[in-house]
Design a protein. Structure first.
Length: 392
């Protein structure tokens, strides 16, 4: 009793249609998508990868079926006809998410083909090469599916099973003459065909694994960069946070001690910020902080570093001398004084006081920060809205 053609056609159409839908966003040229996968420019799901392999194996069996029709080897004609339908079912199994089941079904079929093919046609046709080709798949599956890693059948045991099947088929070929005797040309043709496809399968598995690892590494690097950025940036203003600034300050101190490089610190604080918050609300306070942060960005060079030191307090590391740092601080003070922040239809102004200090041999980092802070609060006590750059 044969397999109804209509049912095979329906399974094939459903599986392949679903495959292309799962392949990704459709582009005008589907061949570009295939090229992107082959060249490693696009990563696809694990399911699609095994679907690609299954489709490839199905095509191989269709060609093999035609070869055996030409060679008139009827048992292999029947077997390959059944196997084509079998792989259509495997394709559907893989598509619905049963990747491991599809893999097991593929291994079982290859095992049967190696033993049956060797018994029918002999060792020389090279069916055993498929066992060599699928060994990398054993290891690839350990990163493909979490369930495989917990399996009691690790890759090495599966590899030994493949070797055992190869030995059994070799013993069969030595103890029994082939059931069908082919010409030398036919044997060579089958061997070349089997060997070439095995190499292609081996290359595909290697390509998928390398591409997977490359994309995974890139994704991890991007995630780490994102986490590093989040850990070093103040979420409200987008400026460097205190923790990250401390590292920049330590590096600046090392440069100063080793190479005598001069640097300065500017500590700034928004005047009457608590009153601003009380009168206009914390939402306006946040807008004021962001406006000040933008002024700071516009006032320094790319070699300098700006930090939200805490609350309404800002700290700038300026890689220049005391006079330059004082000039920058005065520019910031003037811009803040002239700036307006609109809130509920009102234009609101505020001011800022800043303290400046510069590195001198023998100074510690704590001393510099304290001097900048002292100058800042000296300005607060003496009228605010000013830059204090007293040298100690």
């Amino acid at each position: 009793m044969g397999i109804p053609y209509g049912k095979i056609s329906s399974v094939w159409e459903g599986a392949t249609n679903n495959f292309w839908l799962d392949f990704g966003e459709m582009e005008p040229n589907i061949f570009k998508q295939i090229k992107d996968v082959i060249t490693g420019q696009r990563i696809v799901s694990q399911t699609v990868k095994l679907e690609l392999v299954t489709i490839g194996i199905t095509i191989v069996h269709v060609i093999m079926l035609l070869m055996f029709v030409h060679f008139n080897v009827w048992p292999m004609i029947i077997y390959n006809g059944i196997v084509v339908a079998y792989y259509l079912y495997v394709l559907r199994t893989v598509h619905i998410g049963n990747v491991v089941t599809g893999y097991v079904m593929t291994f079982v079929e290859i095992t049967i083909q190696v033993i049956l093919g060797t018994f029918m046609l002999g060792w020389g046709v090279g069916f055993y090469t498929y066992l060599l080709a699928i060994i990398p798949l054993f290891f690839y599956l350990t990163v493909l599916d979490d369930d495989v890693e917990k399996s009691v059948y690790p890759p090495m045991i599966q590899t030994l099973a493949a070797v055992a099947v190869m030995i059994v088929s070799y013993v069969i070929s030595n103890r029994f003459a082939p059931a069908f005797v082919l010409t030398d040309g036919q044997v060579h043709a089958l061997f070349i065909y089997n060997a070439v496809f095995s190499i292609i399968l081996l290359a595909a598995m290697s390509h998928f694994f390398v591409t997977e690892r490359r994309f995974t590494t890139i994704a991890m690097q991007k995630e780490n960069e994102k986490l590093d950025l989040e850990a070093s940036v103040d979420p409200l203003t987008g400026l460097t946070n205190r923790r990250s600034m401390e590292k920049h300050l330590e590096n600046a101190m090392l440069e100063a001690k080793r190479r005598g490089r001069i640097y300065s610190l500017v500590m700034g604080d928004i005047d009457f910020f608590k009153i601003i918050n009380d009168n206009y609300g914390h939402e306006f306070g946040d807008e004021a902080l962001k406006a000040v942060a933008e002024i700071f960005r516009d006032s320094v060079t790319e070699n300098d570093c700006i930090c939200r030191w805490g609350g309404e307090e800002f700290l700038i590391l300026i890689m220049d001398n005391h006079d330059k740092a004082t000039e920058v601080a005065e520019s910031i003070r003037s811009k803040v004084e002239k700036n307006t922040v609109t809130h509920n239809g009102k234009e609101i102004r505020f001011t800022m006081t800043l303290g400046v200090t510069s590195y001198k041999p023998g100074y510690s980092l704590e001393t510099l920060i304290q001097q900048a802070d002292n100058n800042l609060y000296y300005g607060k006590r003496h009228g605010r809205n000013q830059v204090v750059s007293r040298e100690y």
